[in-house]
Design a binder for this molecule. Structure first.
Ligand code: SF4
Length: 324
């Protein structure tokens, strides 16, 4: 269920291209079309799952939303204010509001810095709290994410993968943001630890009124946590629907192929796996027409020539395919 119908984020026709340079003068000879005309509204308090194969542009999309990648074209509005294309300095006041949880929190931690000191940094930079107040907030944060106050004195290598991700989450929620981009946040964890971290994310969503963009290649995890799911293929949007609807009635051939690859433990519900031919095409040599036509089992002449329109086919269910 989508808890609120007010968009916190309005993404319109967003493009993110990376130039490919060549020659002595380093001229741009092509562009990697990492994000191609993505439009989606994200509602306050919802979890929007974003899925697709590795290299489909979902992480670049998340980073572009947060201003970690520059915007090539399009519009990104946060609470109605245009933030797409703002400079680092102009974006600073929104940084507290929008945070990211990474797949590997260890990479962003200084191995020689105690966790308490690492967590305190955000309060030093962004608040006027006294040292005593900061230390107290760090202790509260650690407890809130399921760790102990005394963990503040430990170093990153003294924690397990799940505990490190709890530290990453503590960092992300420390300044009370409204929007968090979770980029493969549980992908590196064991299944049992994944479930605990997802439960923690859900609890924090309730207590902090958070909105999540939950990026993952793991459809099982996405199904579990998301209110709606956006399927991306080669930087473009293929399908968007409420999670239940997408999993019970996928319309785009790419979504159908992705879902057919999920193991089904239910006895008597055998489903043929759809094997896609070939690899994901090179985004520097973007296909004409429908980006999926080089692998789609239903592709025909029109698909190679004409880009399908992104349209709503039933309430809240969007798809880009000539055949739907
Ligand atoms: S538009 Fe054509 S190629 Fe693209 S998904 Fe639909 S049937 Fe397949």
């Amino acid at each position: 269920m989508i808890p609120n119908t007010k968009p916190i984020l309005e993404v319109d026709q967003v493009k993110k291209y990376f130039p490919v340079k060549s020659g002595f003068l380093k001229r741009t000879v092509a562009n990697v079309q990492a994000v191609e005309n993505v439009s989606v509204d994200v509602m306050e308090g919802e979890t929007l799952g974003i899925v697709g194969e590795s290299g489909c542009g979902k992480s670049t999309f998340g980073r572009t939303i947060l201003g970690l990648e520059s915007l090539t074209d399009g519009s990104i509005k946060f609470r109605g204010v245009e933030i797409g294309g703002l400079s680092e300095r102009q974006l600073k006041k929104y940084k507290k509001e929008m945070q990211m949880i990474f797949q590997d929190p260890y990479a962003s931690l200084n191995p020689r810095q105690r966790i308490g000191d690492a967590l305190e940094e955000a309060f030093i930079i962004h608040t006027n709290l006294s040292k005593t107040e900061r230390k107290q907030r760090v202790k509260e944060l650690l407890v809130e994410v399921g760790l102990k106050e005394e963990h503040a004195e430990r170093y990153p290598h003294e924690f397990s993968g799940g505990q490190r991700q709890r530290i990453g989450i503590a960092r992300a929620v420390s300044l009370n943001p409204s929007l968090i981009v979770c980029d493969e946040a549980v992908s590196a964890l064991d299944v049992s630890v994944q479930a605990q971290i997802i439960q923690l994310l859900k609890e924090l969503q309730q207590s902090h009124q958070l909105t999540y963009l939950f990026i993952s290649h793991d459809l099982g995890v996405v199904k579990h946590i998301s209110d709606r799911v956006l399927v991306m293929y080669l930087g473009a949007t293929a399908e968007l629907a409420p999670a239940e609807q997408l999993f019970s009635n996928p319309l785009h051939p790419y979504t159908q192929a992705l879902l057919s690859a999920i193991p089904r433990p239910v006895v008597g519900r055998k489903k043929e796996r759809i094997h896609l031919k070939g690899e994901l095409p090179n985004a520097a040599n973007y296909p004409s027409g429908c980006p999926f036509h080089t692998r789609c089992p239903l592709a025909h002449t029109r698909c190679r020539e004409e880009k399908p329109v992104w349209r709503q086919v039933e309430n809240g269910h969007f798809v880009a395919c000539h055949e739907v």
